[in-house]
Design a protein around this ligand. Structure first.
Ligand SMILES: O=C[C@H](O)COP(=O)(O)O
Length: 258
């Protein structure tokens, strides 16, 4: 029995229309789960900002809701931004940070990701903080060095207590949206490394308790096998989280980990 409650995040990214979002909410609300989302597994969906209020109001209450980003300043004169407090005021519990798409396209550095993670936690949010290597880094044997670089500022910014509010998502960039999933052994090797890194650089308690998710082309066919690996505590799912039935099957794969 794994002490870490399995976690399934659904990152809808910048996808959806008013009609498709309504349909997805309806499909998720009527999905037949074989696991208890109040007990066996934690499920959090992350819609685009414009649909957050609707999803928060209409999605089943045993699923949490996450923003895909937030502004790490108090409300005020920040045109176009969404401060943390606005999210917590509307009952949002989670935020996705450090996703490779934001690192790559929006210039978010390792330090920015660490600072935002700290700010989010202080503001009352929990974070799915993402890390992961690009293909060239993997091929040149730099994966673990890169992960060290991404983790160090996060560990420096957070107190031991803060880690209760963090799930780490390992997302190899070469596997995101490519259909090229890491093999269970490849993913487990990195997750075991991250768990040891946390023990060596933060504490044994944090290493034992932090959930480490795998993300990158997870679908309803491969989730069960990945979920059996001892250091994989769940998934951050992109494309397959937009299909109610596939996402429900991925949630049910938590059974394999129990
Ligand atoms: O946040 C989710 C990841 O980027 C994975 O996306 P994907 O499942 O479409 O590969």
């Amino acid at each position: 029995m794994n002490a870490r409650r399995f976690f399934i995040g659904g990152n809808w990214k910048a996808n959806g229309t008013p009609a498709s979002v309504k349909q997805l909410i309806a499909d998720l609300n009527s999905a037949k789960l074989e696991v208890d989302a109040n007990k066996d597994v934690e499920v959090v969906c992350s819609p685009p900002f414009v649909y957050l209020a609707e999803v928060k109001q209409s999605l089943r209450s045993d699923f949490g809701v996450a923003a895909q980003n937030m502004w790490d300043k108090a409300p005020g004169a920040w045109t176009g931004e969404t401060p943390t407090q606005m999210l917590t005021d509307m009952g949002i519990e989670w935020v996705v940070l450090g996703h490779s798409e934001r690192r790559e396209n929006c210039g978010e550095t390792d330090q920015v990701v660490a600072d935002k993670t700290k700010f989010a936690i202080e503001g009352g949010l929990s974070t799915m903080t993402c890390i992961g290597e690009k293909l060239e880094e993997r091929e040149s044997g730099e994966t673990f060095n890169l992960l060290d670089r991404q983790l160090k500022p996060i560990a420096a910014a957070l107190s031991e207590e803060d880690w209760d509010k963090v799930v780490l998502a390992y997302e190899p960039v070469w596997a995101i949206g490519t259909g090229k999933v890491a093999t269970p052994d490849q993913a487990e090797e990195v997750h075991a490394y991250l768990r040891k890194w946390l023990a060596d650089n933060v504490s044994k308690k944090v290493s034992d308790s932090v959930r480490i998710l795998y993300g990158g082309s997870v679908n309803d066919k491969n989730s069960e096998e990945l979920g059996r690996k001892p250091n994989i505590d769940g998934f951050l799912v992109g494309g397959a989280s937009l299909k109610g039935d596939a996402f429900a099957t991925i949630i049910n794969s938590a059974k394999a980990a129990m």
